[in-house]
Design a protein around this ligand. Structure first.
Ligand SMILES: NC(=O)c1ccc[n+]([C@@H]2O[C@H](COP(=O)([O-])OP(=O)(O)OC[C@H]3O[C@@H](n4cnc5c(N)ncnc54)[C@H](O)[C@@H]3O)[C@@H](O)[C@H]2O)c1
Length: 329
């Protein structure tokens, strides 16, 4: 098995690459190394993979990589991923997430690949006021990020129907765990709490999301590589749903920091209050199950960040700029 991974220096992609390399699989990584990518995540296995610092929008160079390595599995993580940022800088989201994905489909149609795993997001469903939705629920994206991911998602299905490209669509819920950039709720809260800084929380903190631990997510992706059916869509979630304020309080409790650090700030316009998915399909068809409860996963994530403070603090400069734009601190 030879796997080409786009976005393999990012939070989720790098965990897949580390595990795949340790399993002895041949891995080729293509990553532009935006602010979100970091080869430090790949350090322990860097000499066992082929790494290309390349924008997926560079179609000619991308073609050469396919020509040289001839992968039989493509795992597409590369994306602009910060939802808040997509509200004020939407173009790059459309370029990377839609055009970049089209380029990949256009290239793979000339190769005999077995599976193309298209990593997309449950944000595409839009607000789910109650209950949980299955894969056939209509998409109703409400942020530029979600629109770009929904487009890439639907394009994947079109390429399957029209050109038989064996696309498997994986719609992930909110993933958390080691190595996550502090632009996301959990590492941002940990970093700010460690520095005794104000922790901005949108609205009344009642935004609710579904949380899956990184290792369970990667495990699900391995299941899809082995047992996922081309043309099918799979939700990947944990069923464990928490409001933002509940998570921030839990982190403060673990770190023994006061709740007075919390500051409620105006919510992002159009912010979906709640998204929740059913993951019965991947459980039944591929036999996958998440194993890490949110309580355990959160403790492990806080611990990882405490043990890797240097890495977390290194990211501070970039994110301080971003935060000041987002939260008007
Ligand atoms: N993290 C989550 O909770 C979550 C939830 C649902 C879906 N997803 C999806 O999972 C995938 C991975 O998410 P993540 O959290 O690891 O993101 P991330 O932002 O940590 O990593 C994205 C990676 O893509 C690379 N990249 C960006 N633009 C590129 C380009 N034009 N060419 C090549 N590489 C480029 C970046 O350098 C980075 O390494 C994304 O497709 C995202 O939409 C993530």
């Amino acid at each position: 098995m030879k796997i080409l991974v786009t976005g393999g220096a990012g939070f989720i992609g790098s965990d897949f690459v580390r595990l795949a390399a340790r399993k002895g699989l041949k891995v080729v990584v293509v990553d532009k190394l935006t602010y979100a990518g970091d080869t430090e995540r790949l350090k322990p296995i860097y000499d066992r993979i082929h790494f290309y610092n390349l924008d997926i929008l560079n179609k000619e160079e991308l073609k050469k990589i396919f020509e040289k390595h001839n992968p039989n599995i493509v795992l597409h993580f590369a994306a602009e991923t910060n939802i808040d940022k997509s509200v004020f800088e939407p173009s790059i989201f459309m370029e990377t997430n839609i055009i970049g994905t089209i380029y990949l489909f256009e290239i793979v149609k000339n190769y005999k690949i077995e599976k193309f795993i298209n990593i997309t997001s449950y944000e595409e469903y839009g607000e789910i006021k109650e209950g949980e939705v299955t894969e056939d629920h209509p998409l109703n994206p409400r942020s530029p990020y979600a629109v770009s991911k929904a487009s890439a998602d639907m394009l994947g299905q079109v390429y399957w129907r029209t050109l038989n490209i064996p696309v498997i669509t994986a719609r992930l819920c909110s993933i958390y765990g080691p190595w996550q950039n502090p632009e996301r709720l959990i590492p941002m809260t940990i970093l700010k709490a460690l520095r005794n800084e104000v922790i901005p929380v949108y609205g009344a903190g009642d935004i609710e999301r579904e949380w899956l631990y990184l290792y369970d997510c990667i495990n699900a992706i391995f299941y899809l590589i082995e047992r996922g059916k081309p043309g099918e869509i799979y939700n990947i979630g944990s069923g464990e749903r928490y409001k933002v304020i509940e998570i921030v309080r839990k982190i403060l409790q673990i770190l023994e920091k006061p709740e007075s650090l919390i500051k409620f700030v105006p919510d992002r316009p159009g912010h979906e209050k709640r998204v929740a998915i059913s993951s019965e399909k991947i459980k039944k068809e591929a036999g996958w199950m998440p194993h890490t409860t949110f309580e355990l996963g959160l403790k492990a994530t806080v611990e990882w960040n405490l043990n890797n403070r240097m890495w977390l603090f290194k990211k501070l400069f970039y994110y301080e700029n971003l935060w000041s734009k987002l939260y008007e601190e």
